[in-house]
Design a protein around this ligand. Structure first.
Ligand SMILES: NC(=O)NCCC(=O)O
Ligand SMILES: [Zn+2]
Ligand SMILES: [Zn+2]
Length: 472
C-alpha cells in the first residue's frame, strides 16, 4: 500500500528541509510538496525528524564467544535495533581455520533467515589466507555479496590472525574490491599482560582494562594502517576507543591512505572507572578494547566532528550479567567481552552529540547511516532519503525524554549498560522497505521479513561526501 509521510523535517547527511515523502512498492517514489495522497495512507510526522533508517555496521548476533553464546539472536537483536531506529545491520560471520568459508556463511544464513525483522548483511572473518580461501573469495564477493572482511589482531589462540594474514587479506581485498576491517589491539602483548595479572592474583574486572592499555590499541592501529598503505588497500578500524588509535588513523589519512574509523556509544559516554564497580558489577562494562580514561571521550567526539572517525557502530554483543558475565567471577579473563548497545545507538548519539552541540544533525545522519551505506556497498539503496531508495525511514521525535533502562529495553539481556541515563530524542515509528516495523513505539514487524543484502564492491570514491576532500 502507498504511504505518504507529511509534515516532518527530512534530514539527510547533507540537507535539512520540509517536504512530503511518497512511498510505493517499498521505495521512495516522490519527494516534494502537495503530493497526491490518492490511495495512500497518511503518516503525520508533525514535530518529528524524518531520517534514513540507521545502518549498524557492527553487530554480533547469535555469536559463540568465551564459552557461551550472545543472548540476542537475529530476532531479538534486530527487533531491538528497529526500536532504536536501525533498519539494517551488518553482522560478523565467524569462520574457523580449515573450514570452507561457504560453510560458515551458510551457518550465518541459517541463524538469520527466519528471524531478522530488518534487512541485514554479513562481514566475513578471515582467520587465515591459504589456497582454498583464495579460491573461495570470488564466490564470497560476487555470489554472496560479502564485500568486507574482518581480521582480528587480538584474542590470541581464539580469533587472532597474524600480520601475514592481515597483509594478504589487504592485498586480496584490493584485488577484489573489498574493505578490510580490523579489531586493532596487540593480542600477543595483551596475552602476556593478562597471564601476568592472573599470576599476580589480580583477577577483578578492572584488570581487563589495565591489561589492555591504549598504547596497544594505538600500536595495532598504526601497524594495520602501515600495512594498508604498503598494500595500497583499504582499511576500516572497528570500535576505536582512545586517543592513541585516533592519532594513528589521522596520521594515515594525512598520508593519503584509505583508512576509516568507527567508534561506539560506550566509548563516548562510559569510562574505565565503571569496571571498578563493586559486587562484580564491573563485569557489565567489559569490552575489548576496554573503556578508557574519561579524557579520551573528548578526543573521540572531536574526531567524529572533524571527520577523522566516520561511523558509529554498536558492537552489539550481549551477555546476561547472571549466568554469562559471571563466568568470570573469579577470573576477569573468563568474562565474555561485549555489551547490549544495538537499541540505544541513535538515541545516545543524538542526545549527547546533536543536543549538546558536539555534532550537527546532518553529521548525526551520516554517522549512523549514510557513511556506513557508502563504505559497505549499500548506497544509495540504503542510507539516504532520495527517490528510488528503499523506504527505510525513521520518524524521530527530537524532544521526547526518556531514561534508558533494562526494564523497558527490548534486548534479551538482564541489564543495560546505560541504565539510568537520561536521553532526549527517540524513534516513534520505523519503516523497513515501506512497511512499519515499529509503529507509535509498538512492534508490528515480523520475524523473517528482513532481507539478506548482497552488497556492492568497495568503491574508493563512494565513501566521501561531496564537500569533503578525497583522502587520496
Ligand atoms: N568488543 C567486544 O568486547 N566484544 C565483541 C567482539 C569484538 O568486537 O571484539
Ligand atoms: Zn572487536
Ligand atoms: Zn565487535
Amino acid at each position: 500500500m502507498k504511504k505518504l509521510i507529511k509534515n516532518g523535517t527530512i534530514v539527510t547527511a547533507s540537507d535539512t528541509y520540509t517536504a512530503e515523502i511518497l512511498i510505493e512498492d517499498g521505495r521512495i517514489s516522490q519527494i516534494g510538496t502537495n503530493l497526491s495522497a490518492q490511495g495512500a495512507e497518511i503518516i503525520d510526522a508533525n514535530g518529528c525528524l524524518v531520517i534514513p533508517g540507521g545502518i549498524d555496521p557492527h553487530t554480533h548476533l547469535d555469536m559463540p564467544f568465551g564459552g557461551t553464546v550472545t543472548k540476542d539472536d537475529f530476532e531479538t537483536g534486530t527487533k531491538a535495533a528497529a526500536f532504536g531506529g536501525t533498519t539494517t545491520v551488518i553482522d560478523f560471520c565467524l569462520t574457523t581455520k580449515g573450514e570452507p568459508l561457504k560453510n560458515a556463511i551458510q551457518t550465518w544464513h541459517a541463524k538469520s533467515k527466519e528471524k531478522a525483522v530488518i534487512d541485514y548483511g554479513f562481514h566475513l572473518m578471515i582467520a587465515e589466507i591459504n589456497e582454498n580461501v583464495l579460491i573461495e573469495l570470488p564466490y564470497v564477493i560476487n555470489e554472496e555479496g560479502i564485500t568486507s572482511f574482518k581480521v582480528f589482531m587480538a584474542y590470541k589462540n581464539v580469533f587472532q590472525a597474524d600480520d601475514d594474514t592481515l597483509f594478504r587479506t589487504l592485498v586480496s581485498a584490493k584485488e577484489h574490491g573489498a574493505l578490510v576491517m580490523v579489531h586493532a589491539e596487540n593480542g600477543d602483548v595483551i596475552d602476556y599482560l593478562t597471564k601476568k595479572a592472573i599470576a599476580d592474583g589480580n583477577k577483578d574486572p578492572i584488570y581487563h582494562a589495565l591489561t589492555r592499555p591504549p598504547e596497544l590499541e594505538g600500536e595495532a592501529t598504526g601497524r594495520a594502517a602501515t600495512l594498508t598503505g604498503l598494500a595500497n588497500s583499504q582499511l576500516y578500524v572497528v570500535h576505536v576507543s582512545c586517543a592513541d588509535a585516533v592519532e594513528k588513523i589521522a596520521e594515515a589519512r594525512s598520508k593519503g591512505f584509505n583508512v576509516w574509523g568507527e567508534t561506539c556509544p560506550q566509548y563516548l559516554v562510559l569510562d574505565q572507572s565503571y569496571l571498578e564497580r563493586p559486587n562484580f558489577e564491573g563485569a557489565k562494562y567489559v569490552w575489548s578494547p576496554p573503556l578508557r580514561e574519561k579524557w579520551n571521550q573528548e578526543v573521540l567526539w572531536n574526531a567524529l566532528k572533524s571527520g577523522q572517525l566516520q561511523t558509529l557502530g554498536s558492537d552489539q554483543c550481549s551477555f546476561d550479567f547472571k549466568g554469562q558475565k559471571d563466568l568470570g567471577k573469579d577470573d576477569f579473563t573468563k568474562i565474555p567481552n561485549g555489551g547490549p548497545i544495538i537499541e540505544d545507538r541513535l538515541s545516545i548519539l543524538f542526545s549527547e552529540g546533536v543536543k549538546k552541540g558536539r555534532i550537527s544533525l546532518n553529521q548525526f545522519v551520516d554517522l549512523t547511516s549514510t557513511r556506513a551505506a557508502k563504505l559497505f556497498g549499500l548506497y544509495p539503496k540504503k542510507g539516504t532519503i532520495a527517490v528510488g531508495a528503499d523506504a527505510d525511514i525513521v520518524i524521530f521525535d527530537p524532544q521526547v525524554e526518556r531514561v534508558i533502562s533494562a526494564e523497558t529495553h527490548h534486548m534479551a539481556v538482564d541489564y543495560n549498560a546505560f541504565e539510568g541515563m537520561k536521553v532526549t530524542g527517540e524513534p516513534v515509528s520505523v519503516l523497513s522497505r515501506g512497511d512499519f516495523v515499529v509503529r507509535d513505539k509498538q512492534f508490528v514487524g515480523k520475524p523473517g521479513s528482513g532481507q539478506y543484502l548482497k552488497r556492492a564492491k568497495y568503491n574508493v570514491n563512494a565513501p566521501v561526501n561531496q564537500n569533503e576532500t578525497l583522502p587520496i
